[in-house]
Design a protein around this ligand. Structure first.
Ligand SMILES: [Zn+2]
Length: 272
């Protein structure tokens, strides 16, 4: 039986704050709320406050509540105004993650079923599912991550999707599509250095690192979003390595946080 979604949508007068842009979603992003509020409270708080933070669905142990239409963007992934997390993904918050326990477990179970249902409706396979961390490095969904269960959650979604008769083969990777969408608005040229860059390598400081960081930022994989100059500081430290790792993860490369020829080529292709 399909999961019923209770709608409690943000008022149109708040679209400018909460969901200003039309969206054609390509991903689903999973979050943990990091508090112990019910889905109803989570949505009503989001709807009524005056900050821009927003998300499409909240799921607790009893129900799924929708706060933002899925054809509009929400601000939930911290990757900036034009970041693909914020502009191309549907945000699903799993409630009661602060304390965990049986209520949380039940919420997570319902969320897994619900995400599978969303995938089925769209004809997507489970490779469309992302964790918040993939977009900007934030440690979210914190409980799933700290319990080391992300792969398990993904497998459970895949299993549910299969049970619904959904698509199990890998859907066409979005990398090819991103290439076309990104290429038009990137006229600046980025001179990317050759060689291997990693944390503690002898080349970890200087203009070459800055070049890598600027290119990452142009693709919305900021080394440190929100800090001074978005973390573009010419130092190949853990935050830059993490931005590289996130980039690699989203583009089908081995996610080791090390900048080498393959990563260079892929960044160049996207910025061309
Ligand atoms: Zn999150």
């Amino acid at each position: 039986m399909p999961i019923k979604v209770v709608k409690n949508l943000v008022s149109k007068s708040k679209y400018g704050l909460k969901c200003p842009n039309p969206m054609k979603a390509e991903y689903i992003t999973i979050h943990n709320t990091a508090n112990d509020a019910s889905a109803a409270n989570e949505i009503s708080y989001m709807k009524n406050n005056s900050n821009s933070t927003s998300f499409h669905f909240a799921v607790d142990d009893k129900q799924v509540i929708q706060g933002i239409p899925t054809n509009r963007n929400a601000w939930h992934t911290g990757d900036g105004t034009n970041g693909p997390g914020n502009r191309k993904s549907i945000g699903v918050e799993i409630c009661y993650s602060e304390s965990g326990g049986s209520r949380y477990k039940a919420a997570e179970k319902l969320a897994i079923k619900f995400v599978a249902q969303l995938l089925k409706e769209r004809g997507w396979s489970a490779d469309r599912v992302r964790k918040h961390q993939d977009w900007n490095g934030k440690y979210c969904p914190h409980r799933i991550l700290s319990e080391g269960r992300w792969n398990q959650v993904k497998a459970a979604i895949e299993k549910e999707l299969k049970a619904l008769g959904g698509k199990t083969s890998k859907s066409k990777t979005s990398a090819a599509k991103e290439k076309t969408t990104n290429s038009s608005n990137k006229k600046t040229s980025y001179a990317l250095p050759s060689g291997i860059f990693k944390v503690k390598s002898p080349m970890m400081r200087g203009e070459k690192v800055t070049q890598i960081q600027k290119a990452l930022a142009a693709l919305y994989f900021y080394p440190d979003k929100g800090s001074k100059n978005n973390g573009i500081d010419g130092v190949y430290g853990p935050k830059t390595a993490d931005a590289i790792r996130r980039f690699q993860l989203m583009h089908g490369l081995s996610a080791d946080g090390i900048y080498g020829s393959k990563t260079k080529e892929r960044i160049e292709a996207l910025l061309r």
